[in-house]
Ligand binder design. Structure first.
Ligand code: PMT
Length: 402
């Protein structure tokens, strides 16, 4: 997600400096080339060697370090950066930048860069709410600096309130969003994710192994790329993605109702949810007792939501670009092609869920992408985040042809 991106991670002096280590790990894992600049105070909390080891790059600590300055000095870092992330950002650094002060490696480099700068503040609640700090933040926001707000909680100083550094995951997400192409700006994308549950009685249900990871990865990627995203999700353990309107459902019938009620105005619909094909004909209102050696549950067919969308009368308009998924254990290409045609889709993402590292409840996937015009391509095994972007790349290219 961040390959070929050079990110400068500024670390200031605060107890939250240890969280910058996890942030660095997330950035490097996503492929970024990260160069760390530590203030003098930051080095009181963490040794530079930790960041050096994890970034595989020298850590910059002093403005007048002659060797480092000759090889990759502050101007060079400032020029080569795609993004600056300052986490934790103290009231001190924000005050200095707001006042144009450049008296150490971090402040001089920020002042010299044309790259976007994202601050993740962390400080005592009274410092955070102090009008001087708030004025400085507002001034920097007006000048185009970005902020990932702190959260409320118990602060290291013992106070309760706002000022706690937000999670490394949230800062990572903000960084990826800043760097993403905004090629879905102005588009509304509906995504379904997760399993459905079809209740047998108050304690039992029929479902499947879907974790929602694939659909949620698509929702996050579409939002980063500028889309308005509507996520219709079955029961999952995943947190609601920031900036995405998430509607929770349980059964296939509920998902059907929500999708149909909200599809008008969507430019793209991606159905990554693993919808139960059948539901019990009768849901017992009491727990079914264990009486016999065997039991029978009569099942009836659920509405096929995707097929319903494919058959929708779109009048003279092209209607939403329809993307289905196909979860197969055999005959991947043939079965997926059949679904593509029968459900009148523009594109289908076929995954062989019997393969290791693919399909249900893992962080990776491998998909065969098939298109209405007969073309196809194999994604290879990759993270679900990367596959989400690959799928969206194809959708953006197809939308441009409409
Ligand atoms: O959630 P994860 O753990 O990350 O796992 C990801 C995944 C395996 C669930 C995902 O990659 C996937 O394959 N999703 C589709 C699963 C599925 O239901 O496949 P299917 O071949 O049975 O259905 C074909 C298409 O019709 C799907 O887009 C499905 O959403 C849709 N469908 C199916 C039945 C139904 N009643 N209504 C539908 O809309």
């Amino acid at each position: 997600m961040l390959s070929n991106k050079k990110i400068i991670l500024g670390v200031c002096g605060g107890i939250a400096a240890y969280k910058a280590i996890e942030l660095l790990r997330l950035l490097t894992k996503a492929g970024a080339d990260v160069h760390v600049i530590m203030t003098r105070a930051a080095q009181e909390f963490i040794a530079p060697l930790t960041f050096q080891t994890l970034s595989s790059n020298p850590v910059h600590t002093g403005l007048f370090d002659l060797i480092a300055e000759r090889e990759i000095g502050h101007i060079s870092l400032a020029d080569r950066a795609d993004l600056f992330v300052v986490a934790p950002a103290t009231a001190n650094i924000i005050g200095k930048i707001a006042s144009g002060i450049a008296d150490d490696m971090l402040t001089t480099t920020i002042m010299a860069t044309k790259a976007p700068v994202l601050f993740a503040p962390a400080m005592n609640v009274n410092m955070y709410t102090n009008p001087i700090y708030q004025d400085n933040e507002q001034k920097l926001r007006r000048l185009g600096f970005l902020f990932e707000a702190p959260v409320s909680g118990t602060l290291a100083c013992g106070w309760e309130g706002e000022g706690k550094l937000t999670s490394p995951e949230a800062i990572f997400e903000a960084a990826v969003t800043v760097l993403a192409d905004k090629d879905l700006t102005g588009r509304t994308v509906m995504i379904t994710a997760g399993p459905t549950r079809e209740e047998i009685d108050p304690v039992r249900y029929i479902s499947n192994h879907s974790s929602g990871k694939m659909g949620y990865a698509l929702a996050c990627a579409a939002r980063r790329r500028g889309a308005q995203v509507l996520l219709i999700a079955g029961p999952t353990a995943l947190p609601d993605p920031a900036g995405v309107k998430t509607v929770k459902v349980t059964s296939a019938s509920e998902m059907h109702t929500e999708v149909m009620a909200r599809v008008a105005g969507c430019d793209v619909v991606i159905k990554a949810a693993a919808v139960a094909d059948y539901r019990p004909q009768v849901r017992s209102s009491n727990k079914i007792k264990k009486n016999n050696d065997s039991a029978r549950i009569e099942l009836v067919k659920n509405p096929d939501i995707l097929a319903g969308l494919g058959m929708m009368d779109r009048g003279s308009k092209p209607g939403p670009f329809l993307v289905g998924f196909a979860a197969e254990t055999d005959g991947l290409a043939e079965n997926a092609a059949k679904k593509l045609n029968e459900k009148q889709l523009d594109m289908i993402v076929a995954n062989d869920v019997s393969q290791p590292g693919a399909g249900f409840n893992v962080d990776t996937n491998r998909a065969l992408l098939l298109f209405k015009d007969g073309s196809r391509c194999d994604s290879g095994l990759m993270s679900k985040d990367l596959l989400a972007d690959t799928i969206l790349d194809h959708i953006v290219a197809q939308l441009a042809k409409r």
